[in-house]
Design a protein around this ligand. Structure first.
Ligand code: BES
Ligand code: MN
Ligand code: ZN
Length: 500
């Protein structure tokens, strides 16, 4: 893996290293306490470069004499809109991309020092920016190459100079856990399907026990005993057996009802007998992105010792093609007893989730269930790569998710559920069918299908087909897999479901 920066926190009067980063405000202004030589050099450079302190704009200078650093990087923070949590991730990501070596970041704007949480988020953004999936490159990235020429392959050291170092360190402990969860989700999604089958994936999840998460793995026989024939039908065309993994983080009193997260973990989606076209099919190694977000979230909650009881359940299968594969027209009975006509074997995610959702509410009686899935291509047509689709039977949960999306930057957009759409999945030979028929409302009919298996528990479905992978790179994500969902759901839990 790429080398992540080393993060440290110090007081504002910390002597700079090779690079000093200064935050600028409106009009290119800088904090008052800076030495005059520095203020003059910055003012001159700002004039020449037409730098106005705009958020994320930057000017890079040779440090003037009298400043104990080689370089001075001035980064803007000013914008009309107040800064969100995500803006600090972007700031940190921007700095990590521009500054190498021993870097000191003065976390102060002309308006005053940054809050501990803001500095911690900058540090988190810097880590996420440095993430790179280069496991299978015999020669590591170009960046490493250049560094080797200089005989120096050390990762950057970022020292955040803040008003309250202890507070920032405490805030970073939580941020670091969220970043680790996000990077774990990215790793899992980036991993190809030949390496990460259902069994290998379950083994990787088992490693989370080191973080205090209880992990239970169900195999094929156990799922058959539970009558999970919707999930098993998807898996039957693959020589690689399925797994259902149950993760438990107990951070609150035993009596407290848990919150639950459920993920689609199709390690590869060929489409099955309703096979997909060849072009772009390689992206279907990421069809376990929903499950990866659940795994990453559990890692984050455990890492920051969140005071909540949380369940994570992932259904891990491969949707493959061979003589044993499920056929269009097959009828399966889900664990709930609902019979399903499988009219298109490529609408497999909902079949996996049907049993995982039913099992989750039946066994754990959660306060709510949120499921994540790379469920439909149609959600990309509707929302592109910038919002995940949100469907819910509960307005309060939906509103809380939308609010968490706005602050975290992992945005969601609600689409409707309604009787009329539910009618579209009524079966001809069985209770329901696994496609709506035709092109109309493909993401909604998929959500209606899932709703049949939630049994009136407050529930939300996030269709992350457009956001889990392949979204444009950003200040804090340069990887194909984004880890979308970890930060969003961590914020949901932190804001509403933790005990004091
Ligand atoms: N995994 C796909 C959805 C998908 C598409 C995810 C593109 C990421 C990028 C899902 O299993 C699927 O194939 N859905 C079908 C449903 C259709 C057969 C009703 C689709 O979207 O075409
Ligand atoms: Mn499919
Ligand atoms: Zn799929």
């Amino acid at each position: 893996m790429a080398k992540l920066p080393k993060i440290a926190f110090a007081s504002l009067d910390q002597a700079p290293g090779d690079v000093l980063v200064v935050l600028s405000g409106e009009g290119g202004s800088v904090p008052e306490g800076l030495p005059d030589a520095m203020r003059e050099a910055i003012a001159k450079a700002a004039r020449i470069a037409k730098f106005k302190g705009k958020r994320l704009a930057a000017v890079d200078l040779i440090a003037p004499s009298g400043v104990a650093a080689d370089r001075l990087l001035v980064v803007g923070t000013h914008a009309k809109e107040p800064a969100t949590e995500e803006d600090f991730l972007k700031l940190g990501g921007t700095i990590a991309a521009k500054a190498k070596g021993a870097v000191t970041i003065r976390c102060e704007t002309p308006e005053g020092p940054l809050a501990p949480a803001e500095a911690a988020r900058m540090a988190s953004g810097a880590m996420l920016r440095a993430y790179e999936f280069d496991l299978y490159k015999s020669k590591k990235s170009k960046k490493d190459d250049e560094e080797e020429k200089e005989g120096d392959d050390e990762p950057a050291t970022l020292t955040f100079a803040v008003a309250d170092p202890d507070g920032a360190r405490a805030a970073f402990a939580a941020e670091e856990a969220i970043a680790a969860g996000t990077m774990l989700a990215r790793d899992l999604v980036n991993e190809p399907a030949n390496i990460l089958g259902p069994v290998e994936y379950a083994d990787r999840i088992k490693e989370l026990e080191a973080h205090g998460i209880a992990v239970e793995i169900l195999g094929e026989d156990e799922m058959r005993a539970l009558k999970m024939h919707a999930l098993l039908g998807v898996s039957q065309g693959s020589p690689r057996p399925p797994r259902l993994v149950i993760m438990r983080w107990n951070g609150a009193a035993e009596s407290e009802q848990p919150v639950a997260f459920v993920g689609k973990g199709v390690v590869f989606d060929t489409g099955g007998i309703s096979i997909k076209p060849a072009g772009g099919m390689e992206d279907m190694k990421g069809d376990m992105g929903g499950s990866a977000a659940v795994v990453g979230l559990m890692r984050a909650l455990a890492g920051r010792k969140a005071k909540v009881n949380a369940i994570g359940i992932v259904g891990l299968v491969e949707n493959a093609v061979d003589g044993a594969a499920q056929r269009p027209g097959d009828i399966v009975t889900a664990m709930s007893g609902t019979t399903i006509e499988v009219l298109n074997t490529d609408a497999e995610g909902r079949l996996v989730l049907a049993d995982a959702l039913w099992y989750c509410q039946d066994r754990f009686k959660p306060r709510f269930m949120v499921n994540l899935a790379t469920l439909t291509g149609a959600i990309i047509v509707a929302l592109g790569n910038h919002h995940a689709g949100l469907f819910s039977n509960n307005d309060e949960l939906a509103e809380r998710l939308a609010a968490a999306g706005k602050v975290s930057g992992e945005k969601v957009w609600r689409l409707p559920l309604a009787r009329e759409y539910d009618k579209m999945i009524e079966g001809k030979f069985a209770d329901i069918k696994n496609i709506g028929g035709g092109r109309a409302a493909g993401s909604i009919t998929a959500a209606q299908f899932l709703q049949r298996f939630v049994n009136d528990v407050p529930w939300a479905h996030l269709d992350i087909a457009g956001t889990a992978m392949g979204s444009p790179s950003s200040e804090y994500n340069q990887s194909w897999a984004s880890g979308f969902g970890v930060r969003l759901l961590d914020r949901l839990v932190a804001d509403h479901y933790q005990s004091a």
